[in-house]
Design a protein around this ligand. Structure first.
Ligand code: PMV
Length: 305
């Protein structure tokens, strides 16, 4: 490969929210998730394996021993590429339940493929390799949402199945401001299930809640979806993946008029989501008054960038 082979490649990966089914999806249960319009844009240029994300103050290089350096190494190895640098523009915060590592891997892999004209089919395998650094043995839901955008049902067996909505779904995303460690949260649920096998019933029930949510969203029944958010939060709290800040945000949202609220992602910190069709401003104001950031977004419209 010489200098003229690599000109420039651009790639995008969506941030994500899991509407229902975090943790249970690891145990082969179905889940409902969405790729966000916000995400990560990567620009590939000829270089020596550097990765820069100014918004997160992150700089890494292949083989530097950092998690990002290792993820880049695995990703480029899987694509059989080298001699590339990546500059990333991130519109989502890192390690907060919005799928930042998957969005980064998808953006980088797509930029690398665009820069070198490689076949697109390589991207999901390369992203899966990068994700093992942050998530140990990921279910694949983050990568699927980061690649597809829009709303989808996901399971490990069936992958991503897009769900078309007549109208995009408005959701509120609230940020605790505390980063979380997805691998540690997943390991904690596994330990709980080993020590108290009845916890597996909560996991299975979460799968049933996800199926009900897929039905509700398909017919535009937002009230039922809100109830299912509340039930899912209770089950996730039972699995011990909530936190005082997540609980405060969920209860604050409900008190301000949300029809349902829950943690999203691995929990322990990170983010919550709420449905509040008539009280969005009240919920955001309540979170702000309690010291938390939040924003409104739409999911389910055609969003592939
Ligand atoms: O921490 P996040 O936002 O990347 O969410 C991970 C979702 C889990 O179900 C907890 C793990 C997985 O691999 O599906």
């Amino acid at each position: 490969m010489n200098a003229t082979d690599i000109d420039l490649g651009i790639g995008f990966g969506h941030g994500k929210v899991i509407l229902i089914g975090e943790h249970s999806v690891v145990y082969d249960q179905p889940a409902l998730a969405a790729g966000l319009r916000a995400g990560i844009r990567a620009r590939a240029t000829r270089g020596d394996g550097r990765l820069r994300v100014p918004a997160w103050g992150l700089e890494a290089k292949r083989g530097d021993g950092s998690p990002a350096g290792l993820a880049l190494d695995r990703l480029l190895d899987a694509l059989d590429l080298r001699d590339l640098d990546f500059d990333l523009q991130a519109d989502i915060p890192s390690r907060c339940g919005l799928g930042s590592s998957a969005a980064m891997a998808v953006a980088v892999a797509r930029a690398a493929v665009a820069a070198t004209g490689r076949n697109n089919a390589d991207v999901s395998a390369a992203v899966a390799q990068a994700e093992t650094v942050f998530h140990k043995s990921p279910s694949g839901i983050d990568s699927a949402a980061a690649m597809h955008g829009g709303l989808g049902a996901f399971s490990k067996q069936q992958g991503w199945r897009p769900i078309a909505l007549r109208q995009p779904l408005k959701i509120l995303i609230g940020l605790t401001g505390t980063p979380h460690d997805t691998g540690a949260q997943v390991a904690a649920v596994a330990r709980l299930c080993a020590r108290a096998p009845v916890a597996r019933r909560l996991v299975e029930t979460l799968g049933e809640v996800a199926l009900a949510a897929i039905d509700a969203v398909g017919v535009g029944d937002i009230d039922s979806l809100g109830r299912l958010f509340d039930i899912a939060h209770g089950l996730l709290a039972g699995l011990r993946v909530s936190s005082p800040a997540l609980d405060a945000m969920v209860h604050g949202a409900r008190a301000a008029g949300a029809i349902g609220a829950k943690l999203t992602g691995a929990g322990g910190g990170g983010a919550v989501i709420a449905l509040a069709p008539s009280h969005a401003a009240d919920v955001l104001a309540r979170w702000r008054a309690d010291g938390f950031d939040g924003f409104e977004t739409h999911v389910g419209a055609a969003q592939n960038a």
